[in-house]
Each structure stands twice: as structure tokens, then as C-alpha cells.
Write a protein that binds this ligand. Structure first.
Ligand SMILES: [Zn+2]
Length: 562
């Protein structure tokens, strides 16, 4: 039995300098379940071993353990594995994070960074990822965002949203806690003229409302709902009126706003301010880690001040630096306006850096997550240029789609040519050269072909060119002439020219490709494209990856990336 105990005793001594026999018992039993039958004698034996090892030097213990069980010597702390740095005070299974956008539109790439980080942390710790729509400001609410945001959250998190919460559904709870704050003497209803209050606050002086008795406060609180009008009264938290940061002095928690809210209509006119609703929600939803931009630093301080009034545990706050997306139009309000004016076709317009567009184009959320992980959770401000952003996202996306996407020929801006002497021949090509088991596609080789006008203009006379997988040819005085079928001959030719894709004149499919700038290219595609389903990503050979967006008489592809 001793041999089963000694290694753990040594490990304990080396790690902590002393030994807790009960802790050793746990380790011994876990590794030797058969000993569970007689726990008292195991414990007794442990105590003996503990006594016997008490005078060993560190070197002796290390040497013995090295012989007995070197793994215990090098045992690493249990680390949570993931693409991100571990979170402070995070425990597996207990992490709850959230994103909290206001309903102003779909999520853009800036939101996506934060949403991806939160979702990845939830995943890394087997925790929860909550999507919370913060709509307690009845002005500027965009109705469609109630559907768009949960969809985007679902996409970016790989369908791992634990809960969708809408704040305007929870007003009753905010009122209850607000009333408690009044009852506890932590909050008061201030009816001062806003300018007067601001002046007093700047001087560190309390306004007269602050010292009114509780009864009067309760009356005033009730009047917020049925007496005062907009602008007449606000609920304030009693903080330190001389706080070194003036923003922290008796800040507002709740106000009256007569705007009609699309969800609650005229029914509600008293609205919690963001910090109050956030403090209550983070507590109520059990949020353990608040990961958001550093523009929320002051808010976090205010939120914890509210939480302290109820003796609630604070979440861990970790902020990231500002990301400036240079040259990218990520304003929700502007985009919304342009959609309403039909300048854009919708949030999924190919030109937009919003998630519905990225998704429709064929980007994988995993590529966005990888990009977000690469930036990581850092406080440094950074500028991401448009080119840089797409370069990264495209590279990450290509890693994912390159093995998936089958290859096809599409000839844009086609011109017909005649290759004199070209043999009639069926040409079989792999759908994907790396995955031959996916099968083949075939094209009828013949003298009458289409090639793209762009290729045609670049074919130099006197050189040996090749039509992919079909034959070699030359151009002489504008005439195309068949030379041979042999690829080696082309490859080894001194006057090697271009290798281009082609289509036979005959039964082809009409193809359109929508480019990033929303312009449309037209051409023909090979017949095998008829078997491709809508939503499939393909590689148009020698061109780029594209997604089959709609399939009617014409196949409409959306450009993805090269
Ligand atoms: Zn006042």
C-alpha cells in the first residue's frame, strides 16, 4: 500500500511544504479505487508515511518522486484550453457572459469582434452566452433589430446562444429594485432643474431633494409613474457628492420618456437608464464576466455602485481597446437609412460589413471568431484598415472552404473561338483534385469554344497555350490552331504561354456573378453547375470562390474571395 501512497505524500510536500493527509487520501483513492473498501487503514498508512517523510530534503523528495512517478513531478495546473487567454476567476461550467447591443440594426464587424470573444469564452468554459437587447431608451429603436440581433448572435456563436433577453420585457423587475433603492435610502427622486443640478454637482453640493424624508421619496417615486411629466423628475443614486470623478456624483438611474416604445407602446413612460438595467440584469442573469469595450469603464463603476446597495457580487470586468475600422462603413443608423432609401438591398447587401451580408456571401463564423481571437482581449486601441481586415478574414475563411468547394468553369464575358484541328473528345475533370472520390464533371472538347474576352486579349502569338485538361494550341495571325493534347509538351515548351479555362459551344448555363461593389458580371458556366444547390460555395477556376446565391434560369453567384 505504501507504494501507492508515497508518491502523493511527496508531491504534496514538494508543492505545499506540508502535507494534509485528507487531501492525500482523496488523491490515493481516486487513483486506486480498490482501496475505498478500507478507508480507515489507508488513512492510517498515510499518517505513517507522512511521519516517515518529514525530515527528507527537497532534493531527496524530488529524486524519489522522479523514480516513483515522474508525471506527478511535472504535473501542470489544470488549464482551460482554448484560443484565448484564460479569464480571471473563471471556473469551468460557471462562466456566464453576455453581449448587450441596443436595437439599432444588424450586428456589424465591430460587434462581431466582441460577440465572438464572449461566445468563445462561454465555449471555452462550458458556460453560457446570453444575447441581451438593451432597449430601455424608447427613442431610436429599430423594430427589425429584435430579429436580426438574435440571428447574428446565433451565427457568430455557432448556435450557442443560451438565452435571448429583451430589457423592455423586464421593466417590472427594474421598478421593484428601483423602489427598493428608494426604500433603503440609496436613491432619491430629484425634481431640480437639470442645469441647477449640474451646477450644484460640479461644486460637490447636494441638491435639496437628496435630504427629503423617505415618505416624501416614496410619494415622489409614485409620482414618476402618474404625476410628473418628461423632464420633471429623475431618480438618482445617492453616491459621494464630492466624488473625485464628477460623473460618479449622484448619477441618474431612471427617467420619464414619453416616446412611444415599439414594444410597450404608450403603456410605459418611466425608463431605467442603461446602468440601472444592466446592473440588475447582470445580477439576475448570473453574469460572471463582463467583457466589453473600454468606453464602458465608467459604466462598470456605476453599475458596481448600484450592486453594492444590494450587496450583490460584482462580475469580473474586462475591457478591450477601441477598434477603429478604417474605411469601413459600420454606422447602423446610416446603413439603416440607406436601406430604407433602397440604396442598399438590405442588411445582407454584398457591400456591407454587417453579419447578414458576410453570412450570405459565404463567410464562416469560425473565420470571424479566429480573427477576433487573433486580436484577443487587449486594452490597446487599434486601427484595422479595410484591406487588412479582409485579408485576414479571407485567409481564415479560405482555410475552411478550400477543401469544401468543388471546382467549376465559368467564362465571364465569353467570346467564341475556333481551334482549327481540335479533336472531338470528352474531357473528364475532378470536382476537387484533392478529393477524387467526389467524382468528376465532363466537358465536350471540340473546335468551337468559348473563352473569356480578357484571356483572349492576353494570348500572345508564337507561344504555346493550353486549354485546361484538353489541348495545346497556338495563335497565328489571329487564327487558333490545335497543336497537341499532351500536357508535358505544354509544360516543357520553351515558348510556354497561358493556360486557360474554356467551355464548349452548346448546352451551357447562364451565369451572373455579383461582385463586392454590387456590379454584375455575365457569362456561361459548365453544365455540371446545374447539379449545384443554392447556398453552395464553389471555386470558379482561375477566378475566385463564390457562393451560389439563387438558382433560376440564370445561376446567380456572389463573389466571396480569391
Ligand atoms: Zn434635486
Amino acid at each position: 500500500m505504501k507504494s501507492k501512497i508515497l508518491p502523493f505524500v511527496l508531491q504534496n510536500r514538494l508543492k505545499f511544504g506540508s502535507v494534509n493527509p485528507k487531501a492525500v487520501l482523496g488523491l490515493v483513492l481516486r487513483n486506486n479505487p480498490e482501496l475505498k473498501k478500507d478507508v480507515p487503514s489507508v488513512l492510517k498508512e498515510i499518517e505513517i508515511v507522512v511521519f516517515e517523510t518529514k525530515d527528507l530534503s527537497k532534493e531527496e523528495m524530488t529524486k524519489q518522486l522522479q523514480d516513483l512517478n515522474p508525471d506527478l513531478l511535472h504535473e501542470k495546473k489544470k488549464e482551460v484550453k482554448g484560443p484565448l487567454k484564460p479569464l480571471k476567476n473563471a471556473e469551468k461550467g460557471k462562466v456566464v457572459v453576455r453581449i448587450a447591443p441596443s436595437p439599432s440594426g444588424a450586428l456589424h464587424i465591430g460587434h462581431a469582434y466582441g460577440a465572438a470573444l464572449n461566445a468563445m469564452y462561454a465555449n471555452m468554459y462550458n458556460g453560457k452566452f446570453i444575447v441581451r437587447i438593451e432597449d430601455t431608451n424608447p427613442e431610436n429603436i429599430y423594430d427589425k433589430a429584435y430579429d436580426l440581433i438574435p440571428q447574428d448572435g446565433k451565427w457568430i456563436s455557432n448556435d450557442n446562444v443560451s438565452q435571448v433577453v429583451v430589457q423592455s420585457d423586464r421593466l417590472g423587475m427594474y421598478y421593484d429594485y428601483a423602489e427598493k433603492l428608494v426604500g433603503q435610502g440609496n436613491a432619491y427622486v430629484c425634481t431640480c432643474n437639470p442645469d441647477t443640478f449640474r451646477e450644484m454637482k460640479a461644486k460637490g453640493e447636494a441638491c435639496p431633494c437628496r435630504e427629503l424624508g423617505k415618505e416624501e421619496q416614496h410619494l415622489r417615486y409614485a409620482k414618476m409613474f402618474n404625476g410628473y411629466v418628461e423632464g420633471e423628475a429623475v431618480l438618482r443614486l445617492k453616491t459621494d457628492i464630492k466624488h473625485k470623478n464628477p460623473a460618479m456624483r449622484d448619477f441618474a438611474l431612471m427617467r420619464i420618456n414619453e416616446h412611444i416604445h415599439p414594444k410597450t407602446g404608450k403603456e410605459q413612460r418611466v425608463w431605467p437608464l442603461m446602468i440601472l438595467a444592466v446592473a440588475i440584469d447582470d445580477h439576475d442573469l448570473g453574469v460572471t464576466h463582463v467583457l466589453n469595450g473600454k468606453d464602458h469603464t465608467d459604466n462598470a463603476k456605476k453599475e458596481t455602485m448600484i450592486m453594492d446597495c444590494f450587496s450583490w457580487t460584482h462580475p469580473e470586468y474586462q475591457h478591450w481597446g477601441r477598434i477603429n475600422f478604417e474605411g469601413m462603413k459600420i454606422s447602423s443608423s446610416e446603413t439603416r437609412l440607406k436601406i430604407e432609401q433602397q440604396e442598399y438591398t438590405g442588411w445582407d447587401d454584398i457591400r456591407l460589413p454587417f453579419l447578414p451580408a458576410l453570412k450570405r456571401r459565404g463567410y464562416y463564423a469560425a473565420a470571424i471568431r479566429k480573427w477576433a481571437a487573433e486580436i484577443g482581449l487587449s486594452l490597446t486601441d487599434k486601427t484595422v484598415s479595410k484591406d487588412e481586415f479582409w485579408k485576414h478574414i479571407n485567409a481564415f475563411n479560405k482555410e475552411i472552404i478550400d477543401p469544401i468547394a468543388n471546382r467549376y468553369f465559368v467564362v465571364i464575358d465569353p467570346v467564341q473561338i475556333e481551334v482549327n484541328g481540335a479533336p472531338e473528345k470528352k474531357v473528364e475533370m475532378n470536382l476537387h483534385d484533392d478529393f477524387e472520390d467526389r467524382g468528376t464533371r465532363s466537358l465536350q472538347g471540340m473546335k468551337d469554344l468559348y473563352i473569356s474576352n480578357d484571356d483572349k486579349e492576353k494570348l500572345e502569338e508564337g507561344k504555346l497555350h493550353r486549354l485546361i485538361d484538353y489541348c495545346n494550341f497556338t495563335v497565328e495571325n489571329g487564327q487558333f490552331r490545335f497543336v497537341s493534347a499532351n500536357y508535358e509538351e505544354y509544360k516543357n515548351a520553351d515558348n510556354k504561354g497561358k493556360i486557360i479555362h474554356w467551355l464548349p459551344v452548346g448546352e451551357l448555363v447562364d451565369v451572373e456573378v455579383v461582385l463586392e461593389d454590387h456590379s454584375v458580371m455575365k457569362g456561361y458556366g459548365e453544365p455540371a453547375l446545374n447539379d449545384v444547390e443554392e447556398g453552395t460555395i464553389v471555386q470558379l477556376e482561375r477566378m475566385y470562390f463564390a457562393k451560389l446565391d439563387t438558382k433560376n434560369e440564370t445561376l446567380v453567384f456572389w463573389y466571396l474571395h480569391t
